[in-house]
Design a protein. Sequence first.
Length: 352
Amino acid sequence: MITRPVRERSLTTIGQMVHDGLKFSGFSEVGLLSLSSADHSEIGDICSGLADRYDGTNVSLSLPSTRVDAFNITLAEELSRNGRRTGLTFAPEGGSERIRRVINKMVSEEDLIRTVVTAYTNGWRNVKLYFMCGLPTETDDDVVQIARLAHEVIRAGRAATGSRDIRCTVSIGGFVPKPHTPFQWAAMASPETIDRRLRLLKQAINADRSLGRAIGYRYHDGKPSVIEGLLSRGDRRVGAVIRRVWELGGRFDGWSEHFSHDRWTRACEDTGVDLDWYTTREREEPEVLPWDHLDSGLDKEWLWKDWQDARSEYEQDDCRWTPCFDCGVCPAMDTQIQVGPTGRKLLPLTPV
């Protein structure tokens, strides 16, 4: 939300960034990483231009996270032209169509199946599907539906390729509401709820052993997410909690081997901070939020309306292609949507 509106880098700017990055870093893998790289109006020309430029070298090209309905045969061919197929990650984010409407991620099951079949038939044997657990209004069934989707992906991949050497990795992250978004008022799911749903999902994946063996399963339990939720929407009182965690020996808590949920809960108790009040409680519209004095350009009234739309499962269109929704960003920040295409091509580098 706080990166609105969409402003695309030009094809030539991206080409120069890739050139400089390879030259000065020594790396040989280029990842076109943004919130939605495949939405770029010239993504096909970018991929083909970079593939042409580095053809015959050991440079590999990848889209680390690709929108399901934006991946096609042309992109698949360009990304694998030099013979190296890096990982493909698609992010449906919600297991059921209902929960995808809530988060405005309108990817149909048919879109997903068609996309992964495109990848499998172009030589990929493993794709990663990213989902979230703990989304607003989520039910157990919304999460269990992830297993059914994964099963269908394996079935479709085997049918399209005639091979059983097809794999899919399901990766689950815990949802954390963030300030300056429509979900800033939403309640987080408790760690106990997250962990119970993840157990149900694992059981559902393994219910069909012939398919379950082909599905990898990676997840983060609910405890780190609830602490991230505390830090995400906390006010100045949380500063004392952070200091107390440090006094109790907390270091590098972003690394799972160093994280201690018990240390954080003790720090909250020592400082008189109610962890649930900051995390699993839903806010109401009149509440003054700790970040209200910070202006990201988004009107709070518009965010509240979007939150109500999400709860009613109303799909919102992309304002790049529709009339303005009056979110407030463009006039407040004196900016505007900037999208191509420019019509230019990325030429191969000429050695000097």
